[in-house]
Ligand binder design. Sequence first.
Ligand code: GLN
Length: 544
Amino acid sequence: MKSKCKYIFVTGGVLSGVGKGITAASIGAIIKAKGYHVTMQKCDPYLNVDAGLLNPVEHGECYVTHDGVETDLDLGHYERFLDFETSKYSITLSGSIYKELIERERAGGFHGKTVQLVPHFTNLVMEKIEKASENSDVHIVEIGGTVGDYEGLPFIEAIRLFANKVGRRNCLYVSVVYVPFINTSKELKTKPAQNALKDLRGFGIIPDIVCVRTEKPCQKSICEKIAAFSGISGDAVLNLPDIDSVYDVPFNVLKSGVLEIVNDFIGDESEPDMTEWKKFSEKRAKKHAKKVNVGLIAKYVGNEDTYMCVTESLKAAAAWNDTGVNIEWIDAEGLANMSEKDRKKTLDALDGIVVPGGFGARGTDGKILAATYALENDKPYLGLCLGMQVACIAAARIGGVKNANSEEFGASAEDKNNVIYIMPDQKGKESTGGTMRLGDYTAKLVKGSKVEGIYKEYGWGEKTKDGYEVVERHRHRYEVNQEFLSAIEKGGVKVSGLSPDGKLVEFVEVPENKFFVATQAHPEFKSRPLNPHPLFMEFIKTIK
Ligand code: GLN
């Protein structure tokens, strides 16, 4: 059977959280480096319809695709590793499949037939996979969780059936298993991996590659044992030991022997061009005597995943700026509760401040104080979404609106001081979930602004007949009330980018400060390790 696209299905055994997604994305990065158009998709068994309402502490950051879907951070990894734009087709959650099936059933779409997991659920998953792979040379599908989880089984059945549809030789099944080291007996135990592969076999899938994840490199005999007990060729069971940085996983994958099998699969022996990855890896690994100290003023501290794209953007920008970076997690609420002296001491110790996105009132006092400090002390400041809103509130307060606030932070809608508000045409819709600005929006940058200069310098954005325009991803509900612009300007902050119709403030800056830039968008979603975002690059360049 001929298929335009080749499919790689990645499942996990034994444990989740052992780097299945990164392994999958690394295989993708290598194939991309051979010159192919590679795309990725996550099939996640949980019953949520999208990731927008998931708690970021439990689930990590919410990532937004260019077409406005709220997804989880796996898609961020895919974009960073493959430098392509994921879309609504790149994420398939059980909840959304059930929802679609039930809606179809209610509308009489099944003409009275019994609706079942097989074939209806599985068929719809296959449709989603085909849709997501349109125009790709190689499409990689990661199945969330581990094989054997109740809710994941229909997905396993769907990817097994998929081989019937496009031909087995157009499908490559990869299983990522974990082999634990038992400290008391000082040995690696393969039994859980054997059982996981037995489960997978029970569902009709014999993998073409087994990636054996271990803490340290393991002896060949471990892989051979797994191969022998699982009916898989010894050459196809490969060791992937832990490594310091996820960005070195592609090199680990190359070393492991996966490439030979993948080459066979796609029928191309050419060497991948890993030059840029190598350059990045070297820069990233370099030990610098000096590290820049960036304070991340956060509502959630202690879980790195909550601001994954922000920290990844900072680290990549630091690497390409040939400097180290230390990210200081500062609890926004704690900052507000400190004595003025302690707060000053905390903020004085930083080279720069980042206020990331966030929702709700908690912690916003501390964020406003941090923005005020940055404004008054010329401390480099990068404001991301909520980070721009608090910067405008801080400036308006300095500019004379003493009680400047956001409608989101508990001020009533009638409050005369709402610098940040729900626009009149959005009123009343704010709890319906459908009123957020999500995904790509264009901004027109103010001619001669610092922001314009930065985007131009890095070659991001486009010159149009109306001026210089950039496209960034969004996820927010509230806007700057332009009636307060004069107060905000009086406080030192100037608008440097607006929506093309001029109605929405997209960027602000303080022209006189070393670096004070804030945006209503989330530039961190478009930053890549091999192509870091200009605003992060310039922020780090300023403070290094
Ligand atoms: N909570 C703010 C809003 O909804 C900012 C959102 C964000 O930072 N992503 O507008």
